[in-house]
Design a protein around this ligand. Structure first.
Ligand code: NDP
Ligand code: OXD
Length: 311
């Protein structure tokens, strides 16, 4: 019987994982990370933020499953076993959920939802007009699984959408900006910037003042990539000065965002708690079970982390 160990979320959530796997993969020996028994007996690991060195101490590990699409908290381990395939968590509904979040955030920031919520809390009839999707150009940083679905869904709302990635893409109607050399032109054309990049040395702290200065003044920002990609002080200052007109941030470094942090009170900033795409455990367990069944039959899943690219 193959053994799967799980470290994702609070220990209390493990029983739900166990119950999901009991339904979708009754033949799997599923154990909680801190009660895994002999590490030499572990075949598969499902993890979000494993303690450094623990994965390397599992000599029989055949595959690691990230509990999320982003695997930065796994590969930051200096002893991360690069020879073991690491599969990113992309169940069928993940990109759709992200697309829905980005569409919500885009309309929210465009229609100034934060301003309306603050006015309502004061009991104030704050009457104002705002731009429409049809006159707003959205630039999506990262046209991978998440970004490409978000781009298509944003187009459906009437936004003009273009994207930036490392390699060329061919999404109908989505102008492609490729690589570092195209970044400035991409930014200059983005009234609303959406970040769906993975956390790598190249993308860390990319959302900072020098980049904001290359956007049209008053541009809006959505970051659902990773908190390490934004300089939060720069975001707050840019909002204050009007360099940025509004922002929605789903990700922070560290998480959760500290109690009392000035970002909580920023007037033009909406904060969500890393929920942009959060498939339920049942959906994720089903997907991991299908991947394991495929691996046992010699078929490897597609979305495998590439250590040379860092994502
Ligand atoms: P993918 O690996 O499918 O896509 C990543 C995209 O980023 C690709 O288009 C890639 O280019 C591009 N990219 C990477 N590095 C660079 C660079 N240096 N310059 C330009 N483009 C770059 O990842 P996903 O779409 O599945 O996920 C993206 C990230 O979204 C995750 O890593 C995670 O951090 C975040 N995420 C957040 C969630 C949330 O709930 N907030 C949920 C899920 C994901 P190319 O196509 O050329 O390789
Ligand atoms: C992530 C996820 O990578 O939740 O953030 O999937």
């Amino acid at each position: 019987m193959s053994r799967l160990v799980v470290k994702s979320g609070a220990a209390a959530g493990f029983e739900e994982w166990r119950a999901c796997f009991a339904e979708v993969a009754p033949g799997l020996d599923v154990r909680f990370w801190d009660e895994m028994g002999d590490p030499g007996e572990v075949d598969f690991a499902l993890v979000w933020d494993p303690e450094p060195g623990r994965l390397a101490a599992m000599p029989g590990l055949r595959c690691i499953f990230g509990a999320g699409a982003g695997v930065d908290l796994i590969v930051r381990d200096p002893d991360f076993p690069r020879h073991v395939p690491l599969v990113r968590m992309i169940p069928a509904g993940a990109a759709q959920r992200m697309g829905e979040y980005i569409c919500w955030a885009a309309l929210h920031v465009l229609r100034q939802g934060r301003r309306m919520a603050l006015a309502q809390a004061r009991g104030a009839w704050d009457y104002f007009d705002c731009a429409s999707a049809g006159e707003t150009r959205v630039g999506v940083m990262g046209l991978g699984v998440m970004g490409s679905r978000a781009a298509v869904m944003l187009q459906g709302l009437g936004f003009a959408v273009h994207g930036w990635s490392r390699s060329a893409k061919c999404l109908p109607g989505v102008k492609d900006y490729v690589g570092e050399g195209a970044l400035d032109d991409f930014l200059a054309a983005s009234d609303l910037l959406v970040c769906l990049l993975p956390d790598t040395p190249d993308t860390r702290a990319i959302l900072a003042r020098p980049l904001f200065e290359k956007l049209p003044r008053g541009a809006m920002l959505i970051n659902a990539g990773r908190g390490a990609q934004q300089n939060l002080d720069d975001v707050l200052a840019a909002l204050e000065e009007g360099l940025l007109g509004g922002a929605v941030l789903d990700v922070f470094e560290p998480e959760p965002l500290a109690e009392g942090h000035p970002a909580w009170a920023a007037e033009r900033l909406t904060i969500t708690p890393h929920v942009a795409s959060l498939p339920p455990r049942r959906e994720r367990a089903e997907w991991v079970a299908a991947c394991i069944a495929g691996i046992e039959a010699g078929r490897w899943p597609e979305k495998i982390y590439n250590p040379d690219l860092g994502y």
